[in-house]
Design a protein around this ligand. Structure first.
Ligand code: NAD
Length: 267
């Protein structure tokens, strides 16, 4: 096979969770561009409708489903429906996620659990739902959207860091348990990406200055910019394609160099 052909996703069915907009939308659009049939879900009908319209505007016929990824019954029903209406899922991207920025000692256990539920338990639930058909079909790709917080801690994100660190280990475990069935499970660890989830961190302050977190991120990133969702598109295609068939249990950090950098020495 010519090397560029190994990146093709022609004939593949890809489910990207929580992909009405943001990072999930960018990844799903790249998969469509590489030849895959796109399926996505979101938690509310209005988000699914918004997603279908956005894909249509980009010239993509996407199949959208309403499904809360933390609800095992809903996930199993959705996967059965997709298999019947679209086909066996070849590629799963566990993208749906939430963050709650609350100092740990002020965070309720209920809030902590909710973040763990969406960011860690849900990838377990959705992966578990698709793996049996992948085994029968003889191949499968699972891509978990991890984070800088899979490696690092920071103020106010105890639940998110615990969940994304756990997701890195779930990635390695799915690889360990199902690699023999030709299933590759890898992660992508985005750096700081400009999306609605991170919009509060880039808000211009009442005095017209940049948000302190915005300044902090620019100083910590050798690339000296926030990432765009588009920066994740080609790495996500690589991990979904035959080009990565011997890459398993790995987290690919797409972070403009943050994890490699100790930071600028104060002047
Ligand atoms: P976003 O908030 O813009 O989008 C997340 C999507 O998930 C939304 O469509 C939301 O409705 C959906 N969702 C949330 N809970 C759900 C549920 N229970 N069931 C179904 N859908 C649900 O987020 P984003 O910034 O595009 O991030 C996507 C992924 O990337 C997340 O896992 C996030 O943690 C991760 N990430 C983002 C950044 C960043 O800088 N934006 C950095 C690292 C990792």
């Amino acid at each position: 096979m010519a090397v560029l052909d190994s990146f093709s996703l022609k004939g593949k069915v890809a489910l990207v969770t929580g992909a009405s907009y943001g990072i999930g939308f960018a990844i799903a659009s790249a998969y469509a561009d590489a030849g895959a049939t796109i399926v996505f879900n979101d938690i509310k009908q209005e988000l699914v409708d918004k997603g279908i319209a956005a894909y249509a505007e980009a010239g993509i016929k996407a199949h959208g489903y309403v499904c809360d990824v933390t609800n095992e019954e809903q996930v199993n029903a959705m996967v059965a429906k997709i298999e019947k209406e679209v086909g066996i899922i070849d590629i799963l991207v566990n993208n749906a996620g939430i963050i709650k920025r609350i100092p740990m000692c002020e965070m309720s256990a209920a809030d902590f659990r909710q973040v763990i539920d969406v960011d860690l338990n849900a990838p377990f639930i959705v992966s578990k739902a698709v793996i049996p058909s992948m085994i029968k079909k003889g191949h499968g790709k699972i891509i978990n959207i991890c984070s800088m917080m899979s490696e690092l801690g920071r103020e106010t994100v105890s639940a998110y860091a615990a969940a994304k660190g756990g997701l890195k280990m779930l990635t390695k475990n799915i690889c360990s348990e199902y690699g023999e069935y030709n299933i590759q499970c890898n992660g992508i660890g985005p750096g700081y990406i400009a999306t609605p989830q991170t919009a509060p961190l880039r808000e211009i302050q009442p005095d017209g200055s940049k948000h302190p977190f915005d300044q902090f991120i620019l100083a910590k990133t050798p690339a000296n910019r926030w990432g765009e969702a588009q920066d994740l598109a080609a790495p996500a295609v690589f991990l979904a394609s035959d080009a990565s068939n011997f890459v398993n249990g790995h987290v690919l950090y797409v972070d403009g160099g943050i994890l490699a950098y100790i930071g600028k020495q104060p002047k």
